[in-house]
Design a protein around this ligand. Structure first.
Ligand SMILES: C[S@@+](CC[C@H](N)C(=O)[O-])C[C@H]1O[C@@H](n2cnc3c(N)ncnc32)[C@H](O)[C@@H]1O
Ligand SMILES: [Zn+2]
Length: 533
């Protein structure tokens, strides 16, 4: 393929280059958000890691088969080349990058409803040398159809056409405007067992606020909750609501999801889940759904699982049977046990783990050896390192919001983390919000730490009205001996190095786009990487 300098740019077009790939864009013909380079980079790293994992599994299976058939025939191991379906492709940039940057990819089906988008795609695919070739038509694998194969049509129709076992694809990528909800039912059916589903949702106004509970319920089958930590914890609810909708949609077809990586990034969420079939694990989806009662003042949260499983071991055979039961509730009193404020309900949402830390480790390892392949490698490393360290409790908090509930000055992250660690709890940072903490500590212990902090940094009681929630929090007796001395475990790899996790100084293309971009020139200042800590 020609280098950027060699590409002939027709009148009325401009050249946009991202990593290995060039695309020609004209005003108002297809949508491209350059800020999503991070999303594309991350997706390539995750799909590469997933495909290497899958290839190893296939190789192991081949070895076993070989051992069995050794006497009869010598077989040759072939790498497993997979097929990816990008349901909403726009300019085709993502599909083109996948085709060029993921070694084990056999071909991509790049689809869009818009004829303008598919025309753009075809032009860009040719520009990158990935289109159909004149290879002999007897080619059994139809490789002459090209490495990126364009389809013009509705994403759901295309995916439903691939739901038959023999027609399934290995990876489905959904990267829509707004919600992915209308595409989920088709997507969960057309991925092979062990295949990967990559989903973006940019409708955080629905997923991460309480402005549209009816819309959130319609799209995701659950509701978010108003919390003072609105764009913090609620972002995490967005992830959990999105995963819940994938899990329940998959369960309808005897399938279940295994989240590999779930990130809340800037103005969107992006999740990577493996999809499997299996009766027992599908039933267990019930035990990975919960409602949460969340205090409107102090943000204490109380989990209400929807169901549970009881294991019964058969005396004679030793076989374990799983019985599924409803769950007793409510798990908390009507008012917040900490400050007596109103509790709001959120959910149902996914209560299982958000990431597979071994997978995240492998993506990090891949990144370590291939950092120069990714324009946003620094930020990827930051996000992935924090995600890897995250403990799996549902929500998180920031010291400043916690302090505001007590009307006191804010302890540092380190103060809080150390005190919780000394009290025997685990803590971690969260990838979704600068300066946030997750902990296994119950809310009363977190509040005891705050009361210990206030003993050293008294609040002005005359400024706090009688009977207010803050008064109630302050009046509670502490049961913890609070120790703020620096705990060695409060320094983690992610807090030690200056990691770039959060987008700062956004460019003019910041945010979820709704229309094609116009203008000229493809030079974009890479100011999308801001350091935390
Ligand atoms: C956000 S853009 C995709 C961006 C692209 N994935 C990327 O990384 O640059 C969404 C695209 O979905 C297309 N679209 C919307 N509804 C669709 C449908 N029902 N079927 C197929 N394509 C659709 C739009 O035409 C638009 O080009
Ligand atoms: Zn409360």
């Amino acid at each position: 393929m020609a280098s950027a300098e060699q590409v002939q740019i027709p009148d009325g077009f401009r050249l946009h280059t991202e990593n290995t790939s060039h695309i020609l864009l004209s005003a108002n013909e297809a949508f491209l958000n350059p800020v999503q380079e991070f999303n594309r980079d991350l997706s390539i790293a995750c799909i590469r890691t997933w495909s290497d994992d899958l290839n190893k599994v296939k190789e192991e299976k081949w070895k076993v088969a070989l051992e069995k058939r050794l006497a009869r025939k010598r077989l040759k191991s072939m790498p497993y080349n997979f097929v990816l379906l990008e349901a909403l492709s726009a300019t085709g940039l993502r599909s083109i990058r996948y085709a060029k940057e993921i070694p084990l990819l056999r071909y991509v089906i790049a689809n869009d409803l818009s004829d303008a988008a598919t025309a753009t795609m075809k032009r860009n695919i040719d520009l990158n040398g990935l289109g159909p070739t004149d290879a002999p038509s007897s080619d059994p694998m139809n490789e002459n159809l090209g490495k990126v194969r364009v389809n013009e049509g509705d994403a759901c129709t295309l995916m439903y056409n691939h739901r038959d076992n023999s027609k399934r694809v290995d990876v489905v990528d959904l990267d829509p405007y707004g919600t992915a909800a209308p595409f989920v039912d088709a997507a969960v059916q057309c991925v092979n067992d062990g295949g990967l589903l990559c989903v973006t949702c940019t409708d955080l106004a629905v997923l991460a606020t309480t402005n549209f509970p009816e819309k959130c319920f319609a799209n995701y089958g659950g509701v978010s909750v108003k919390a003072e930590y609105a764009h913090e914890a609620v972002k995490r609810q967005a992830l959990r609501l999105a995963l819940h909708s994938l899990s329940t949609s998959a369960a309808r077809y005897g399938r279940y999801i295994e989240p590999l990586l779930s990130l809340s990034i800037d103005f969107y969420v992006r999740v990577f889940v493996r999809v499997h079939s299996g009766a027992l694990e599908t039933k267990k989806a019930l035990t990975k759904a919960a409602n949460y009662y969340i205090c409107s003042h102090c943000q204490s949260w109380y989990e209400q699982p929807l169901g549970r499983t009881v294991e019964k071991v058969h005396q004679k055979s030793g076989q374990v049977n799983h019985l599924f039961k409803t769950q007793a509730g409510p798990t908390v009193s009507e008012k917040c046990p900490e400050c007596e404020s109103t509790l709001h309900i959120a959910g149902p949402m996914w209560s299982g783990p958000l990431h597979d830390s071994a997978f995240v480790d492998r993506v990090l390892e891949h990144l370590q050896h291939n950092a120069d392949h990714y324009g946003t490698a620094v930020r990827m490393k930051g996000m992935l390192t924090v995600a890897k360290e995250e403990i799996s409790t549902p929500f998180y908090f920031t010291p400043s919001k916690l302090a505001s509930a007590f009307h006191c000055c804010s302890p540092s992250l380190n103060n809080l983390a150390s005190a919780l660690l000394h009290a025997g709890h685990k803590v971690s940072r969260s990838h979704a919000c600068p300066g946030s903490l997750k902990t296994t500590a119950p809310q009363k212990d977190i509040h005891d730490v705050m009361r210990g902090w206030i003993q050293k940094n008294p609040v002005k009681m005359e400024n706090i009205s009688e009977g207010s929630p803050a008064r109630k929090l302050l009046a509670k007796e502490s049961h913890l001996q609070v120790n703020f001395k620096q705990h060695p475990d409060s320094i983690t790899p992610s807090s030690e190095i200056k990691l770039v996790r959060y987008q700062q100084n956004p460019t003019s293309n910041w945010g979820p786009g709704t229309k094609a971009i116009s203008g000229s020139g493809n030079k974009r200042k890479r100011n999308d990487e801001g350091a935390d800590n």
